[in-house]
Design a protein around this ligand. Structure first.
Ligand code: URA
Length: 309
């Protein structure tokens, strides 16, 4: 998986975020309007909702976000990772090899190699180690590391791809525009941010928000593995094509095909593939079949499974 260039902070596209655009300051967001709908799961018409809302702010400009992939292989769930095409100087070859070996066992579910036990491991200790980490070159350009946020034991972990500019500045995942959009979606579905853990595969921001490289993801993954080992979630929600392709497999169909579906990821935890909130921000429509509409179906289905645990 080569490092594809994308989404620089400076390079912005003009897009209309209807949630922001049509939401009065008194309302937290149009997804919240969903909560009051009598029939959950029904298509929602944002324009109809918006027609009743006063106080329209100016349109905002948004960064571009990665789009969705396309190849579909029915029934394919978990696949092997390719050999890294690029290796950063500080990367431990052995570490990469041992991870890949764990994923390459033929005829078995693809899983990441288990990590050795670490006595007294804790989320705080992992965060401290991430803070000192120099395993890849992202340490040279980061401002803050972004280990993840949430309680020490959860039923559900959301995994994104990598911190962006706002996260790099604050050390907190999903606090920028995409994060705020995610917050609205979570709240509308009835999730409380305090009951879930939110993190990324990469704990440092890639320069100019380019896609993470495979070697970067592989060298960072042991932190995520340790976090998951402590958190013991029953479910994972994986946000966006890059993260999905890593935790489910690079040959998996693109996110437009597999969003809302469950997979057994490399972490051996049931994982739902979901759209990335920054991708959703690019789409102004909430019409039936649109990405935001689809996300609304997916998050409700996630919540249903979460509630059944
Ligand atoms: N996008 C991500 O994937 N993660 C963040 O934390 C912020 C934006």
């Amino acid at each position: 998986m080569a490092a594809k260039r994308k989404k620089s902070d400076d390079e912005s596209i003009e897009a209309v975020d209807l949630i922001t655009l049509l939401t009065p300051s008194s309302a937290a967001g149009c997804y919240e309007a969903e909560i009051q709908r009598p029939v959950p799961g029904e298509e929602f018409d944002l324009l109809k909702i918006a027609a009743n809302l006063p106080d329209v702010p100016e349109p905002v400009s948004l960064r571009s976000a990665s789009s969705a992939g396309s190849t579909h292989k029915p029934g394919a769930t978990v696949h092997q990772l390719p050999t890294p095409e690029q290796k950063t100087p500080r990367q431990s070859e052995q570490e990469i090899e041992s991870l890949l070996t764990g994923m390459r066992k033929p005829g078995r579910p693809q899983r990441i190699s288990p990590l050795p036990d670490i006595a007294d491991d804790s989320l705080e200790r992992i965060a401290d180690e991430i803070g000192q980490c120099q395993k890849c070159d992202l340490c040279k350009t980061r401002n803050k590391t972004v280990p993840g946020a949430g309680p020490g034991s959860v039923k559900l972990v959301f995994i994104g791809e990598a911190p962006g500019g706002d996260e790099d500045a604050t050390g907190i995942p999903f606090v920028g525009r995409a994060g705020q959009h995610l917050d609205k979606i979570l709240a509308a579905a009835g999730f409380k941010r305090e009951e879930i853990f939110i993190c990324n595969i990469l704990k440092c921001r890639p320069p100019e928000n380019r896609d993470p490289t495979l070697p970067e993801m592989i060298s960072c993954t042991p932190y995520l593995q340790r976090q998951l080992r402590l958190l013991k979630p029953s479910l994972i929600a994986c946000l966006g094509n890059v993260a999905v392709k890593f935790v489910i497999g690079p040959d998996s169909p693109g996110i437009t095909r597999i969003h809302g579906q469950w997979f057994n990821s490399i972490f051996d935890i049931p994982t739902m593939a979901m759209y990335h909130p920054s991708f959703l921000l690019r789409s102004a429509t909430r019409d039936k079949g649109s990405p935001n509409w689809q996300m609304w179906q997916d998050i409700q289905s996630l919540k249903q499974r979460y509630d059944s645990l």
